[in-house]
Design a protein around this ligand. Structure first.
Ligand SMILES: [Zn+2]
Length: 390
């Protein structure tokens, strides 16, 4: 891979012919059309996310004559260059000069667009020279390099690296569907999928689900596909499945392993109304500590209590139950474990020590039994474990 250092290209030249595509969220061209700012393997523009602090910082750095770091271009042909690294910074500059955002003026404290700035400040920005390496090399050399670098300030996410590595028609189509914040469906998906759409979180999830966790393998197999039918279909099937079972959206649903849950429970049938009632009941139960576990608990037939992390009896409650049970048992010459007392074994009149017993809900917690002293009964460990349903 060859690299030539250029130190004479100004911001003005770079931004000549700059266009920002609002729909796709990316900067397109510069250097009077010679430069492609976002080749397909690049990630979306992310410096404007949040409150846009990152793009403002780029402009403030230039105004203060601080370096904004090395920029890399890839020489594609005699008159064609592509940005390899520096896309975010160049797009920030282009967006500022084309009036897409304002910065805070140091002297007045007001927000100011480029056109409203004093001429000397405008010139300072336009005449700033950038430090650019123009590299030439084979596609694979450049991609390998691109995969391993981290852009200054914001490291690439795993999925952004994979997109660069497996760039091609499949990634281009997949990004159009899953990495596009202007896609009206994103709002609905974000009830179940966590992360920032521009940082490829939704695409990553869609690929994770359809590939059952083998994203790398799936992307390499489909790299040259000219459609994303399977990916789209599967993702929509999972989303439809969730929303058909769980009527209302709870914040705890966001980020659950829906792909795995779909595969595990898709063949079971559920009555939406009953699911909703059960879910609401568990949500209002103060003893359910893990609300995220409610969904899998219900899908699995309300059996796996571990998922809910139900609050247990306090030690004081257990001690007082133990004391009163043992006192009564002694006067009747019976075991202080009510199960032992009605049994036929040698333990019929056995008095168990406190640490040989466990607390049990007299009326099972799942049937509405509260975790209070009234509902607490101490059983010997073997009987309690045999009973199972706390
Ligand atoms: Zn017992």
């Amino acid at each position: 891979m060859k690299a030539n250092l250029k130190i004479d290209i100004t911001v003005k030249e770079i931004c000549d012919g700059f266009e920002y595509n609002e729909f796709e969220g990316k900067g397109l061209f510069g250097l009077a059309g010679k430069l492609t700012i976002q080749p397909e393997y690049q990630r979306n523009y992310i410096y404007a996310l949040g409150d846009g602090k990152k793009e403002m910082a780029v402009i403030e750095s230039v105004l203060n004559e601080y370096p904004i770091g090395l920029i890399y271009f890839n020489k594609v042909s005699k008159d064609k260059l592509e940005v390899l690294d520096g896309q975010q910074r160049i797009t920030s500059l282009g967006r500022f000069i084309t009036q897409k955002f304002a910065i805070k003026d140091k002297d007045s404290g007001n927000m100011q667009l480029f056109e409203g700035m004093a001429q000397d400040k405008k010139n300072r920005i336009l005449n700033t020279k950038l430090t650019i390496y123009v590299v030439e090399g084979s596609e694979s050399e450049i991609k390998e390099w691109f995969k391993t670098i981290n852009i200054v300030g914001v490291p690439l996410t795993e999925q952004e690296k994979l997109n660069a590595f497996y760039s091609g028609p499949f990634v281009t189509l997949a990004k159009e569907e899953f990495s596009n914040s202007k896609n009206a469906k994103v709002q609905m998906w974000s009830a179940y999928v966590k992360g920032v759409v521009e940082r490829q979180a939704f695409l990553e999830r869609a690929l994770d689900w359809v590939s059952k966790g083998n994203i790398d393998y799936y992307m390499s197999n489909h790299r040259y596909d000219k459609n994303i039918t399977e990916l789209k279909k599967y993702f929509n099937k999972v989303i439809d499945w969730i929303s058909s079972i769980f009527e209302d959206v709870e914040s705890e649903m966001c980020g659950l392993e829906w792909g795995r849950l779909y595969e595990e429970y898709r063949s079971k049938s559920y009555i939406t109304k009953k699911v909703s009632e059960r879910k609401n009941k568990l949500y209002s139960d103060p003893y359910v500590i893990d609300k995220k576990g409610i969904f899998e608990f219900i899908l699995g037939g309300s059996k796996d209590y571990k998922l809910l992390n139900v609050r247990l009896f306090e030690t004081a409650t257990k001690r007082s139950a133990y004391a009163s049970q043992t006192k009564t048992a002694k006067t009747k010459n019976k075991s202080n474990c009510s199960y032992c007392a009605i049994g036929h074994e040698a333990n019929k009149s056995k008095i168990w020590a406190f640490n040989q017993m466990e607390a049990d809900h007299v009326s099972a917690w799942i049937k509405g039994g509260p975790t209070t002293a009234m509902n607490c009964e101490m059983l010997c460990v073997p009987h309690n474990r045999a009973k199972g349903n706390r």
